[in-house]
Write a protein that binds this ligand. Structure first.
Ligand code: PLP
Length: 265
């Protein structure tokens, strides 16, 4: 028995991969470029965080699985996707310990498929009670297969523009209560916003969207007695977002380069 234990420990940890992964060929020059880029962003995140813990989510939407694999091989684990089918495809192709974040517009009829992805780390774009319940029902139904509660962030429309998705600031507390009280398959971990980039670019001024999200977080935290994270900050404003309290930044373009246009199939 002891000999077996030692033998197992002496082997490198196996990475579970799906059969499709063997078809992925990572170009060495592209991999080096991506590693350079993410190292640069990670250094800026660390500097802005000044000792706080901030998670860097590499937003890989519309970028090939090979790009994700290159950064995975470098040791990165948290990746963000906006489109359901793309996330499902990548989750099947890439290693089982990638931590996926769904950050795109949620459709009620697709919540079940999403919640069934075993290595989905979080859905960051929950904005209605109906979608929360759908995600929860699926996840709770999979408990027997060993899946725990799914982490969710509530997406808040901090700018109040009708065109933006997310729950209105005045309705966040009610939605948070719904998740906590009525969604056993979910774990409420934080709030998310897509801040107005123009507001971040205004020199020496705090981004009003980020400020609003912080204030709402404080209210909800106090009302519910929970610690909540803040998911805010993208390529052009992640350092400012961190200075304003973000604990989770979602960076795409600065790591992967400009995205191709989305195909409308
Ligand atoms: C695309 C996207 C990002 C990343 O945007 P970049 O500007 O490319 O860094 C972050 N969050 C959400 C919700 C997105 O849709």
């Amino acid at each position: 028995m002891r000999a077996v234990g030692r033998t197992l420990q002496s082997f490198p940890r196996l990475i579970r991969t799906s059969p499709a992964m063997s078809t992925l060929a990572v170009d060495a020059a592209r991999a080096a470029e991506l590693v350079d880029n993410i190292s640069d962003v990670a250094a800026k995140v660390a500097a802005a965080a000044a000792g706080r813990q901030v998670r860097l989510v590499a937003v890989s939407k519309l970028k090939p699985a090979e790009d994700v694999l290159a950064l995975y091989t470098h040791g990165h684990r948290h990746f963000g996707e906006n489109y359901m089918q793309e996330l499902l495809d990548k989750a099947q192709t890439l290693p089982a310990d990638v931590q996926w974040h769904f950050i795109g517009g949620l459709q009620t009829n697709k919540c079940a498929a999403l919640a069934a992805v075993p290595n989905l780390y979080a859905v960051e774009s929950v904005d209605t009670a109906k979608k929360a319940s759908k995600l929860s029902d699926t996840r709770a139904g999979l408990k027997a297969s060993g899946l725990g509660p799914l982490n969710v962030y509530l997406q808040v429309n901090t700018s109040g523009e009708d065109s933006k998705s997310g729950v209105a600031p005045d309705d966040v507390l009610a939605l948070a209560r719904h998740v906590v009280d009525q969604c056993p398959g979910l774990r409420l971990v934080g709030l998310m916003t897509i801040g107005d980039i123009a507001r971040s670019k205004a020199a020496d001024v705090e981004n009003a969207d980020f400020k609003t999200l912080v204030a709402i977080r404080d209210t909800v935290q106090t009302a519910l007695g929970l610690d909540l994270e803040l998911s805010m900050g993208m390529s052009s404003d992640f350092e400012e977002a961190i200075r304003q309290g973000s604990t989770n930044v979602r960076v795409g373009t600065t790591i992967f380069g400009v995205r191709p246009p989305k195909k409308t199939a």
